[in-house]
Design a protein around this ligand. Structure first.
Ligand code: 3AM
Length: 269
């Protein structure tokens, strides 16, 4: 493999090629010049991020993130700032996105899906037990390492994907609502843990079905389908996968089985 071209320097990191671009951030390859280790450098525009007086929340979230160390969570090493930019230094994950597998090869076997789902739940459970919530779990945040292990990115950085409206409360921005829990969509104030679990249920469905449980070209119709948890399991699903998905995708976070879930209970199928 050819060495990436090294251009400029941010702190002790030599910045190389752009890996990709998300809604709020650009992600670049970089190398720690002291250790030679590769990292991913997430670059955010300060003005965009801070204009809603979210500096304090972001500072808090970043401080928490530095304490999170789990094999299935993308490590956050450090955060730096310049006059106009915020630089988040992350573990470099090389295996691409989990959902590219679905896009390229279609749905996966339940055995394969079970392995990813367990890794996802382990990551989510670990972060929740430390009071850290994701609030925006979706395909783009599920990366794979070279060994095919799942790494969840952007854990705890929910302020970066949300915005403060005039009422002073956090509201999820546009993005794709397909993975979002009904109580989040309805803006009725929500519990970060149960909302994350809903997203895990949608992710599991996509892995084993190969398509989204809730989808509609019309946004209002999509909202209605999500709020009513109106979905149909494909005929090839096993009874246990079907049962688990139905238990998680219960629109009422309080009745969704022990699921949407008391901490420590790792469900599987
Ligand atoms: O633009 P694509 O989809 O190719 O996989 C992420 C996405 O790639 C990648 O950056 C793009 C914008 O989010 N990415 C995000 N975090 C990463 C990380 N820690 C990462 N790639 C490697 N390591």
């Amino acid at each position: 493999m050819s060495q990436p071209k090294i251009k400029r320097r941010i702190g002790k990191y030599e910045v190389g090629r752009t890996i990709g671009e998300g809604t709020f951030a650009k992600v670049k390859f970089a190398r720690n010049s002291e250790t030679g280790d590769p990292v991913a450098l997430k670059i955010l525009d300060k003005e965009k991020v801070l204009k809603h007086k979210m500096a304090e929340q972001i500072r808090r979230e970043i401080a928490t993130m530095k304490l999170i160390q789990h094999p299935n969570v993308v490590r956050l090493y450090e955060v730096m700032g310049s006059k106009t930019k915020i630089y988040i230094v992350l573990e470099f994950v090389t295996g691409g996105e989990l959902f590219d597998k679905i896009v390229n090869h279609g749905r996966m076997s339940e055995n394969e899906a079970r392995r990813y789902f367990q890794q996802l739940i382990n990551a989510v459970d670990y972060c929740h037990s430390r009071g850290v919530f994701h609030r925006d779990l979706k395909p783009e945040n599920l990366l794979l390492d070279t060994l095919g292990n799942l790494k969840v990115s952007d854990f705890g950085l929910s302020a970066l994907s949300q915005q403060v409206r005039d009422d002073g409360l956090l509201h999820t921005t546009c993005g794709t609502p397909n993975y979002v829990a009904p109580e989040v969509l309805e803006d009725r104030g929500y519990d970060g843990a149960t909302a994350d679990l809903w997203s895990c249920g949608v992710i599991l469905f996509v892995l084993v079905a190969g398509y989204l449980p809730f989808d509609d070209p019309n946004l209002m119709n999509l909202y209605k389908k999500i709020s009513a948890a109106e979905f149909t399991c494909p005929p090839w699903l096993s009874f246990s996968a079907r049962k688990l998905i139905t238990r998680i995708l219960d629109p009422n976070p309080e009745t969704g089985e022990p699921w949407r879930m008391p901490h420590g209970k790792i469900a599987t199928f």
